[in-house]
Design a protein around this ligand. Structure first.
Ligand SMILES: C[S@@+](CC[C@H](N)C(=O)[O-])C[C@H]1O[C@@H](n2cnc3c(N)ncnc32)[C@H](O)[C@@H]1O
Length: 216
């Protein structure tokens, strides 16, 4: 695991250039092999109308996400201890995060069982005990305690509405941050109970990674 941790940290600091394929290989993720065996229509018949295409976030976006979270933590003084990735795919975001942040607990909920099994396999081989991946509908499955939710374009609008309504209820009893990207941002902007975190040094372009917070 030490070698993988170092590799990810070097990539994160931009001291080495790596392709997604190289980072997946370091994690032991065989994404193409699993995807080859999946049939999109079968997935829809099995799981119903959800945004089930693979669409994994590339590691440059993941690096940007963690860079922003680091800046957010510094400027807001909000300490992130638990991260929940809703629609976690092959777990790239959680696996990358555990390599950077050893004291944070990561949890991913992904609907497609085969993707979860591959993420679990990678995490077991690396011997990680601060990351967990489970299979389920992120809108309905139980959520463990979390103070940072990740919503990376994984949901159809009607599913996102359910998730946001659940988050609004939760906001009455605890503070948290939400990281979102692209089209999810438009829906999240409409939530009066959330406000966008202004992070010094980052451009405020509309379609990029955004961090929202429940607190002032
Ligand atoms: C666009 S991919 C993003 C994957 C991952 N977040 C990443 O960026 O690497 C969307 C993922 O969300 C999953 N998904 C879609 N609807 C879901 C739901 N209701 N609950 C859990 N996972 C869901 C899909 O199966 C797919 O793997």
């Amino acid at each position: 695991m030490g070698k993988t941790r170092q590799l990810v940290r070097d990539f994160h600091k931009r001291s080495i250039v790596l392709s997604d394929r190289e980072i997946d290989a370091a994690f032991g993720l065989g994404i193409a092999t699993v995807e080859e065996k999946l049939d999109f229509l079968d997935l829809v018949l099995h799981y119903g109308q959800h945004r089930l295409y693979q669409g994994d976030m590339n590691y440059h976006v993941i690096r940007e996400l963690y860079t922003r979270l680091e800046a957010f933590e510094k400027s807001s003084r909000f300490h992130i201890s638990h991260i929940l990735d809703l629609g976690s795919g092959y777990g790239r975001l959680g696996l990358y995060g555990t390599m950077l942040w050893q004291n944070v607990h990561f949890y991913g909920i992904e609907m497609v069982l085969e993707r979860v099994l591959e993420a679990q396999k990678a995490s077991n081989i690396l011997g990680l005990d601060s990351v967990e991946f489970v299979s389920g509908d992120a809108a309905q499955a139980p959520w463990p305690f979390t103070n940072c939710f990740i919503i990376m374009n994984s949901f159809f609008p009607e599913v996102l509405e359910k998730i946001l309504s659940r988050l609004e209820s939760l906001s009455k009893s605890q503070d948290f941050a939400i990281v979102s990207v692209w089209s999810s941002n438009d829906y999240i902007y409409q939530q009066q109970w959330l406000q966008e975190a202004v992070i010094p040094g980052f451009l405020n372009e509309k379609l990029s990674i955004k961090i929202f917070q429940t607190f002032k």
